[in-house]
Design a protein around this ligand. Sequence first.
Ligand code: BMA
Length: 362
Amino acid sequence: MRHALPQIALCALTACGGNPKPMETPKDQLVHRLFTYAEQGKIAYGHQDDLAYGHAWCVSDWENDPLERSDVKAVTGQYPVVIGFDLGGIELADSCNLDGVPFGLIRKAAKAHVERGGMVTFSWHPRNPLTGGDAWDISSDEVVRSVLPGGEKVQEFRTWLQRAADFIESIGEPVVFRPWHENVGSWFWWGGKLCSAQEYQELYRQTWIYFTRERGLKDILWCYSPNGNCPPQEYMSRYPGDEFVDILGVDTYEYVGEGSLEEASARYTEELKSALTYLTALSAEHHKLMCLSETGLEGLPDPTWWTATLEPAIRDFSISYVLTWRNAHDKPGHFYAAWEGFENAADMKAFSELDNIDFLTY
Ligand code: BMA
């Protein structure tokens, strides 16, 4: 049985400021579309970096490339409904993101994908503004404080926000933005042990205020997506507030480690169902959409992962979309969707054909 969707319809209204005409703005339309998935018991499939590269291939001449190649398409015959891209590197005005994807390609792919009927989400792994290291540099617990009002990096950070906002504005389409993710764990400089809850909330709110109030970028759906392997009180302990969030997400992965695939699948299923159960209650209470913002099993060693693990774990929950992480072209084992010729491909195709899972044809 699917969990009920109490009051989520209200979400389509509250997320657009209580406007009684929910289809009025591009943001309203995107909210409505995501709400419709949840309402109809369907889950849209998403894949990170899908049109930029895949397992053992990479778009080289993006300006002259139609950007139609996709591992997911090669395996299932259809594209993901949601495509994710990462903005890491935009803060330094780099021409490519942290994974070597040109921002020009990202813009072109995002626009094309929306025009073809898809949806786009942006994550952001910005560098560490205090140490100059990367997003995973957790050598200082002063970093978040340094970018908040009164901090030594506040001006520089403002420039970072400006560059990220400029880029999102240049897409010209409503998108889901998911900054400061996996914030309960402590592997990013904005993580749980690296700043206080108040400092984290201030970071999220300052980002929202800059984009929304100062820049007037109203067509962004804000996704709050802690790592999901935490209890509900921890999930909400850093929640910035209803005004700043449209979608409640979680990032949860399956890890095999030393044990068997069966054990890994059981652990993942339990963790995911537990997170989606409390997310269901929270989304009803706060009138928010919900999604599985990142998930996957690296290298897909389980030949029936899609239909025997993922789908049974999510089918009872009203998540609008599920996004599996990227298929790196330069790290052979780092992929989260099947690719043509890989043994797990038949199962991913079977997953794409399920009635409750939606892919995109164009
Ligand atoms: C991580 C890995 C990294 C990548 C980062 C940002 O999960 O995929 O290789 O640089 O995401 O995309």
